[in-house]
Design a protein around this ligand. Structure first.
Ligand SMILES: C[S@@+](CC[C@H](N)C(=O)[O-])C[C@H]1O[C@@H](n2cnc3c(N)ncnc32)[C@H](O)[C@@H]1O
Length: 371
């Protein structure tokens, strides 16, 4: 991944203004800050709840432990209440903002100031934006993109050093929930597999304008380095099965015919790609027909008694009847692993990462895959 993006496609430039810079008085600063926060009607569909408490904004920046050399990604800078505080501490801020009105306000806010040169505003949806290199991510996150944002950050390579993110309280508590907690879920296991997740502080509704309907919390994610060497799709595929009903046993999750159908399909693919022969044969039919061998693609007719070549029941190799053999094989493999690991009778809501890793490892050893 490039160290820094050179161009600024679709972004608001940080073209230098020629106006001489004079330090504004604190009264002027306050007036300017009030002005930028009263500029237009907030679009709450875009999660536009501006952080109006400067103390909270400062605490978020302090918790990020910024170094003067850091490049910071800010998601959804809005009118810039957090941005201006990050700019004081970092080498550069790359701010991704979806609303052009906000991007324009932020650009105006730093115009003619020394910070202007340190700010790059990218206009667009952060979920669809190819992110440049950055050391730290700070965000008062628009709550509707909480989950995609977390997974986008966790998948980045190289990983940022730390991410300090404001979320809806319940989402934050899910990120940090441990086995046995009421909010422990697939999100908790996934996030904690790839990052150390810490709850940092609670933030009440009245710190925002307009106030959201829910309380908020700030969470720190420190992505593991080196990252666990497992396939995310395999891992998440297993978690999707066992967390369908987290309070039921893991064995119950594997009772669903849809799940077993998917597992069987993946097993067939795995056999085909690894050269493991699949017993999809026609032994029963041969026997019924009097023991004559048939070729791979040959058809044969058997009579009602299963003798002779008379009537019209045509059964080919790999037919529906025979496919049951593979389904049985896959079922027995899954049952064997669930019993040997002693995880079949455990509930996903009580298992930790080590349990799921063990289960995935043993199932994979048997050729059982989830992607
Ligand atoms: C909760 S406000 C935070 C504003 C500002 N950071 C603050 O703390 O005052 C969320 C901001 O994210 C922007 N936004 C919403 N969805 C976005 C997306 N998908 N990508 C980038 N920005 C987004 C909104 O327009 C809004 O400015």
């Amino acid at each position: 991944m490039p160290k820094a993006r050179k161009s600024n496609p679709g972004g608001y430039g940080n073209g230098a203004s020629k106006a001489p810079y004079t330090k504004p008085s604190s009264a002027a600063k306050e007036a300017a800050s009030k002005a930028v926060n009263n500029v237009f009607k907030m679009n709450t569909d875009l999660g536009q709840h501006i952080l109006k408490n400067p103390g909270v904004a400062q605490a978020i920046v302090d918790k990020a432990g910024l170094k003067q050399s850091d490049i910071v990604l800010e998601v959804g800078p809005g009118t810039g209440n957090l941005t201006v505080k990050i700019l004081e501490k970092a080498r550069k801020v790359i701010a991704v903002e979806m609303d052009p009105r906000m991007a324009a306000e932020l650009t105006k806010r730093v115009q003619g100031k020394p910070e202007q040169k340190k700010l790059e505003v990218l206009l667009g949806d952060v979920c669809k934006t190819e992110l440049p290199y950055f050391d730290v991510c700070i965000s008062n996150t628009p709550y509707q993109i909480s989950s995609p944002l977390v997974f986008k950050l966790l998948a980045l390579s190289p990983a940022p050093r730390t991410c300090v993110l404001m979320f809806q309280r319940e989402f934050a508590m899910r990120l940090v929930a441990r086995p046995g907690d009421a909010l422990y879920c697939r999100l908790s296991v996934n996030a904690q597999m790839w990052a150390k997740c810490t709850h940092i502080m609670k933030v009440g509704k009245n710190n925002f304008k307009p106030p959201p309907q829910v309380e908020s919390s700030v969470v720190r994610l420190e992505i593991k380095n080196p990252r666990p060497q497992i396939s995310y799709d395999e891992w998440d595929g297993l978690l999707r099965i066992v967390f369908v009903r987290k309070n039921k046993t893991i064995a119950a999750g594997f009772k669903s015919s849809a799940v077993m159908g998917m597992v069987e399909k993946n097993y067939r693919t795995w056999c085909a790609t690894t050269g493991v022969p699949l017993d999809d044969g026609d032994v029963d039919i041969d026997m019924a027909a009097g023991g004559d061998d048939i070729g791979d693609d040959e058809e044969m007719e058997i009579d009602e008694d299963g003798v002779g070549v008379v009537k019209k029941v045509v059964i080919k190799r790999g037919s529906k009847k025979n496919r049951g053999k593979v389904a049985d094989l896959v079922k027995s493999k899954v049952e064997k692993v669930l019993s040997e690991t002693e995880l079949g009778e455990k509930r996903a809501g009580k298992c930790d990462e080590a349990d799921f890793l063990k289960l995935l490892y043993e199932l994979n050893k048997e050729g059982i895959h989830f992607s």
